[in-house]
Design a protein around this ligand. Structure first.
Ligand SMILES: Cc1cc2nc3c(=O)[nH]c(=O)nc-3n(C[C@H](O)[C@H](O)[C@H](O)COP(=O)(O)OP(=O)(O)OC[C@H]3O[C@@H](n4cnc5c(N)ncnc54)[C@H](O)[C@@H]3O)c2cc1C
Length: 292
């Protein structure tokens, strides 16, 4: 199928993009990498009157790494971020999560921030943003605001991106010392959206026992489902985890549903298996000194 007709705007500067989005309001959609929006247009599941394409903007393409955070602007593709040593050394979970995102062709066009705005419940980066307590920066021609991940990710394919707004950057805090992370998922074919997946961070104390443990699941709820596992795991030695309680807790909290790919029961079981593996990996990485 072909997309419905739309007006096409190709601003050259961020100010021009914000002015255009402000004028068009609800009628416009931002076109970033197009890897989610174009299929939706072609299937006629979206029919905006106008597209505002970021491809020709001069700017919004920086990756900034500082002592306390990594900031990724709107035009940075998945693949560019995945291959950015300073960013992925600062937040190694980013690289592991991005390894699971789609295929190289899609990663070369799709943007990291676009995936967060798009808010697919099975997408990897929204879970990373939620787990690490990241933020999204947004702008209109009238000003800017910052939204915390949990306030921003509202539901399936629903983020708090308001008419006239452009999401300009995602911000991830750098994890603290003795923190390890891992991402694991299962999909029917590598590169497909996951049937279920999980991102985990484990922080150890000075004796290398678990101080805190957290998980964010994908594919088993309307948004990434964050679960604090600290009570179930704290005090356990990093190399002798007994994760049964944590797995039980997580399986109780998540809310998977049946679809043509898998039953809810299968997803619940799978989520627990993936969690157990990811916890072991993350604890080992934390003990080895890795910072998530
Ligand atoms: C076959 C296939 C497999 C895929 N597998 C995965 C996968 O496993 N994991 C995964 O996470 N993704 C997957 N994707 C999606 C891919 O990651 C997309 O790149 C991503 O979801 C959206 O990024 P984009 O830059 O392409 O955004 P677009 O498609 O251009 O936009 C998506 C939505 O976000 C809005 N938007 C984008 N950027 C902004 C912005 N800066 N400000 C305001 N609104 C904005 C658009 O208006 C639109 O509503 C897959 C896609 C395909 C086609």
């Amino acid at each position: 199928m072909k997309p419905p007709a739309f007006a096409y705007h190709a601003p050259r500067t961020t100010d021009e993009a914000l002015a255009t989005l402000g004028e068009l309001g609800d009628d416009a959609k931002v076109l970033a990498g197009g890897q989610s929006l174009v299929p939706l247009l072609n299937m006629r599941l979206a029919a905006p009157a106008a597209l505002v394409d970021l491809a020709h903007l001069d700017g919004l393409d920086a990756i900034e790494v500082s002592d306390d955070r990594v900031r990724v602007e709107a035009r940075v593709t998945h693949e560019r971020l995945r291959r950015h040593p300073a960013a992925t050394d600062a937040v190694p979970l980013l690289r592991e999560a991005l390894d699971w995102v789609a295929h190289p062709v899609i990663r070369n066009r799709g943007t990291a921030l676009g995936s967060i705005v798009h808010a697919d419940p099975a997408a990897e980066l929204p879970a990373v943003l939620s787990l690490l307590g990241g933020q999204v920066e947004l702008a209109t021609s009238g000003g800017t605001r910052t939204a915390a991940a949990d306030d921003y990710l509202l539901g399936p394919l629903e983020s708090d991106t308001r008419p006239g707004e452009l999401a300009t950057a995602l911000v991830l805090p750098r994890p603290g010392v003795r923190t390890g992370a891992a991402f694991d998922e299962l999909s029917r074919r590598h590169g497909d959206y996951a049937l279920a997946g999980v991102a985990v961070t484990v922080t150890l104390d000075a004796d290398l026992a678990v101080a805190t443990a957290r998980a964010a699941f994908i594919g088993v709820g309307a948004t990434p489902v964050r679960v604090d596992l600290t009570d179930s795991l704290s005090g356990q030695a990093h190399d002798a985890l007994a994760p049964a309680d944590a797995v039980g807790l997580a399986r109780d909290v998540i809310e998977p549903t049946d679809d043509i790919h898998a039953t809810a029961d299968y997803r619940r079981h799978l989520a627990g298996v993936l969690l157990e593996r990811a916890l072991t990996t993350a604890a080992g990485r934390a003990a080895a000194g890795g910072t998530a």
